[in-house]
Ligand binder design. Sequence first.
Ligand code: NDP
Length: 248
Amino acid sequence: MTTQNISGKVVVVTGASSGLGEATARHLAAKGARLVLAARRLDRLDALVAEITAAGGQAIAVQTDVTVKADAAAMIAAALKAFGRVDVLVNNAGYMAIAPMSATLTDEWDKMIDINIKGLLYGVAAALPVFEAQGSGQFINISSIAGRKVFSPGGTVYSGTKFAVSAISEGLRHEVGSKIRVTVISPGGVNTELKNGSSDEQSLKALDDFYQIAIGPDAIARAIAYALEQPADVDVSEIAIRPTAQDF
Ligand code: NDP
């Protein structure tokens, strides 16, 4: 069965325990998608599964650390076991720690690289063989406006990871694109927990100002739904979406 619209599609969402991932899961479930919710905080995933199923939708929770290869593989295996196929992987899990380079917060650099780049790659490695065997599938990779422009000072390493997401997505689409779709979503400021990730107090204060004009995560969920609901021969390759009032 190849489903062209959203209803019935099996959609795996990483980082579904908050922010964009949570809003996307809720939005797609309401449109009839069958959801596989992945993140580390299982209590939050379980609560969302309960909410979706109470509303008549279908969802399962799979505790997943995307930086662990075996977890990414188990996430896709759980989707196959529950629903028999995987139509979409939303590579959304992410971490942002804004700070000047001179603060040399190398543990936070490591974390951004591990979650934002390696985590996404492990998801691709787990889902791609399934998509190839099915002859169809779609990756939704969450980059950022900071993946098109260097968000500096403070966002240099974060931007580096998001430039990597955009580059990997472009190459992936080029390599597997005849049947498999690859969509990059590049959001601007969205009101989520993401802005709290840094241990640098001064950067946190500056970010609070930047996020005053942030939009809600449902705006990104709608953009993802748009990319999913196109017919199989239409690849929405990239969507940039930011607050109207954002000048970056
Ligand atoms: P949140 O902090 O609200 O959500 C991040 C999600 O990622 C959480 O569900 C978290 O779940 C999950 N996550 C983090 N680390 C891991 C891990 N190791 N394994 C599995 N899941 C993990 O932020 P957003 O919703 O804003 O972020 C979602 C994506 O959107 C990110 O890729 C971010 O870079 C991107 N983005 C966000 C923007 C914004 O302004 N908010 C702008 C541009 C892009 P848990 O902790 O339970 O594991």
